[in-house]
Design a protein around this ligand. Sequence first.
Ligand SMILES: Nc1ncnc2c1ncn2[C@@H]1O[C@H](COP(=O)(O)OP(=O)(O)OP(=O)(O)O)[C@@H](O)[C@H]1O
Ligand SMILES: [Mg+2]
Length: 367
Amino acid sequence: MSEVRFEHITKRFGETVAVNDLTLTIPDKEFLVLVGPSGCGKTTALRLISGLEVPTSGNIYIGEKLVNDVAPKDRDIAMVFQSYALYPHMSVRDNMAFGLSLRKTPKPEIERRVKEAARILGIEELLKRKPRQLSGGQRQRVALGRAIVREPVVFLLDEPLSNLDAKLRVQTRAELSKLYQRLGTTFIYVTHDQVEAMTMATVIAVMKTGVLQQVGKPQELYEKPGNVFVAGFIGSPAMNFFDVIVKSGQDGIYLDAGTFQMPVPKEKAGILDKYLDKKIVFGIRPEDIHSPAYMAPGIIASSIRAKVDVTELMGNEFFLHMLSDDKPFLARVDARTPARPGQEIELVFNMANMQAFDEETQKTLLS
Ligand SMILES: Nc1ncnc2c1ncn2[C@@H]1O[C@H](COP(=O)(O)OP(=O)(O)OP(=O)(O)O)[C@@H](O)[C@H]1O
Ligand SMILES: [Mg+2]
């Protein structure tokens, strides 16, 4: 059992509360990605699991065991850092074997594990080289190898891909997913990159200023964000938000943004009934805004007119930076959409995928 559990964990550094009353269970064999902006407490949370930091208050469990007072070396975890800090004078093989030698693991066992890790990572040919003779991606794999040979019950990874270029990052992302499937061990992975979170995680935990915002499967967070922060953080380009007033008309409930009005689909109207004549935050993702000429059938579409500000052709699609009066928003439309800067065009919103949030608490109204 390698479940990891935070129970009301708080970590302070002087005045700074790096982790604030965190209660979170990371089930055995999940790939949990802890994601959030810089400084939100991700690394601190990871270091608390590894034992490199001691909680100010609260308890941490690995499996059934309370580990607050267990030394890092006795925790049966392995951590891969952002800067992989290989020993420059040692060969790849020795870098991978070093931790095991320190632990007095028998030589044949070390050989077996290094060989196995090198095979898994496809670096068997590199075992004799020194780190300076390796590419960034290869060094990254050696750092992973050093963790794998430990055969830990939990892997902790702190932004391990941030030193790689964009293409290699995408490739290594897929390799990490494969590695996870092969090893069948709990992975806890920290990143500020929501794309990494969406693509690799089986479970995502979103943090902001030390406070856990939401935990769920990637698709759940995308489709049912619990608050404005998660809605804006998960998904790229980010969700558009508009301050609107909930109103009632002949055809039912609608949202009034001043420059445009949007009917609310029946299944959501009941919930918004309570907010009649009140201000709420309306959210719509760029991919839920379409050109009327190029949209999938069956969409609950409501049209608006707005001015094209800037266009970005991405090849397969068009990013339209739009202005509704002076309120900017982004639409991600079919590449064939005719749109020139300065032009006023018609766009449709797929209201089936709309989001609505309380203006004050910022929490979703749709749960
Ligand atoms: N040893 C320390 N002493 C004082 N403050 C610290 C220490 N370590 C972290 N902090 C502070 O705690 C907060 C959380 O830091 P942490 O490194 O956990 O953030 P992070 O989410 O990993 O950020 P990043 O994405 O930039 O790596 C920050 O405000 C940071 O300045
Ligand atoms: Mg960090």
